[in-house]
Design a protein around this ligand. Structure first.
Ligand SMILES: Cc1cc2nc3c(=O)[nH]c(=O)nc-3n(C[C@H](O)[C@H](O)[C@H](O)COP(=O)(O)OP(=O)(O)OC[C@H]3O[C@@H](n4cnc5c(N)ncnc54)[C@H](O)[C@@H]3O)c2cc1C
Length: 378
């Protein structure tokens, strides 16, 4: 891939930089609900100016930008330290999945309100006994006249407490082989039978939830990609999840490392060889991450969809981010661990990075088998 931006890409970047400088939403307010509402307002402002879903076609509220411009968007957002739009699961996972597997009616109905954050989305994949082994899920969808009745339990469902739509994978044919008996649905969260119970995390925030489903109604027209094809549709969602955020995350990591370097310099710690060596190592990792993210982009341009390379960037970012937040605490000492310190939040939140969106062990298996072509263990 040619890493030099073309004149039109540079113009895109400069226009965006100017817009972000004029419209930056300011610091996020304290409190989880307040912060989410702040990011919803921010997404509405982005959407009104055509910046909320740059890579999406214009007919659905996007900007029709190229993949490189989309990468530039994520980089610039992180560089400006502006928050990511609130409807992240709709923008990064749900929308791209509908563009591949959804019917025209589904695209027309669901994509525009994702962009404007009128309808927030969540992802109902994981269950108490089906996380890494997602195809073991037990939530049952039973065919009835005109639709489906769904009963079961999901867990770790981020944003379920604020979501209108859930990307739900359920077992529609218990007789079929594990991966074949699944169907992907769009479930309306605002109905009887859907119970959302918040789960408090190590950070103190309750960003995700338990989701209990009791005889929930889903009409036939809300099946995505065909009955029994849920595994293939779910894989599209997961590939987008792992690849989609790489550009923003690598810049956010660089911003964090610059802050750490400043802190170390202020405290005279750059003279300490072990600190300098660890900072240097983290900067090298961040640069490798940037280049690998661009390599993933090249694959996406070739094949039209993100490939398994996204697993590599997600794995590299999550481990590097954990090392960086640990170093921050060492540099700052006990003050970093005060309750209201953003560093304490960053350190604790980073623990989940190696679990969410696929654990590091699972991502290593994917890289070994599907990127490097090593023999399968099973
Ligand atoms: C912050 C956060 C947000 C999340 N948001 C969502 C969401 O919105 N929607 C959703 O559906 N899920 C969500 N998840 C769930 C996440 O996808 C799962 O936690 C993850 O898939 C792991 O599943 P599990 O917790 O059941 O662990 P398990 O699958 O039980 O794994 C336990 C341990 O065993 C290891 N392991 C399992 N299988 C293998 C194997 N074959 N080879 C090697 N090691 C293995 C794992 O790496 C892990 O260390 C979220 C998780 C977090 C932390």
């Amino acid at each position: 891939m040619d890493l030099t931006f073309s004149p039109s890409e540079l113009a895109f970047r400069d226009e965006l930089r100017g817009w972000l400088a004029a419209h930056h939403p300011g610091p996020e307010p304290e409190g989880e609900a307040e912060s989410l509402e702040h990011r919803i307002d921010w997404q509405r402002e982005l959407a009104a100016a055509g910046w909320a879903a740059v890579y999406w076609p214009e007919e659905y509220g996007g900007r029709g930008a190229t993949l490189v411009e989309s990468a530039i968007f994520n980089e610039e957002l992180a560089r400006a330290r502006a928050p990511y739009p609130a409807n992240v699961l709709g923008l990064v996972l749900g929308g791209p999945t509908l563009m591949v597997h959804g019917s025209q009616e589904q695209r027309d109905r669901y994509l525009p309100p994702i962009v404007t954050a009128e309808e927030i989305w969540c992802q109902g994949f994981s269950e108490p006994d089906a996380g890494s082994d997602l195809a073991a899920l037990k939530t049952r969808a039973v065919k009835v006249d005109g639709g489906w009745r769904v009963t079961g339990q999901k867990v770790w469902t981020s944003f379920a407490h604020r979501a209108k739509w859930c990307m739900l994978v359920a077992r529609s044919d218990p007789e079929a082989k594990k991966h074949r008996g699944l169907t992907y649905f769009l479930m309306d969260m605002e109905q009887d039978g859907v119970l959302v119970r918040p789960l408090r995390q190590i950070t103190g925030a309750a960003e995700f939830n338990e989701l209990f489903l009791e005889d929930v109604w889903i009409p036939d027209e809300n099946v995505v990609g065909g009955v029994g094809n849920g595994w293939a549709v779910a894989l599209t969602t997961l590939m987008n999840e792992r690849a989609g955020l790489a550009f923003g995350l690598q810049v956010a990591l660089k911003v964090l490392l610059d802050e750490l370097t400043e802190i170390a310099a202020e405290r005279g710690l750059l003279e300490d060889e072990s600190v300098a060596e660890r900072l240097g190592d983290l900067h090298v990792r961040a640069e490798i991450l940037r280049l690998t993210a661009y390599r993933g982009l090249t694959a996406q341009m070739k094949y039209g969809q993100p490939g398994p390379e996204g697993s590599l960037t997600k794995w590299m970012w999550s481990e590097t981010n954990q090392h960086a937040t640990e170093l921050a605490v060492e540099l700052l000492g006990p003050e970093a661990l005060a309750t209201d310190s953003p560093w304490a939040f960053a350190l604790l939140r980073a623990r989940g990075n190696t679990i969410e969106g696929g654990t590091t062990e699972i991502l290593r298996n994917i890289v070994a088998e599907r990127v490097l072509g090593l023999p399968r263990m099973r």
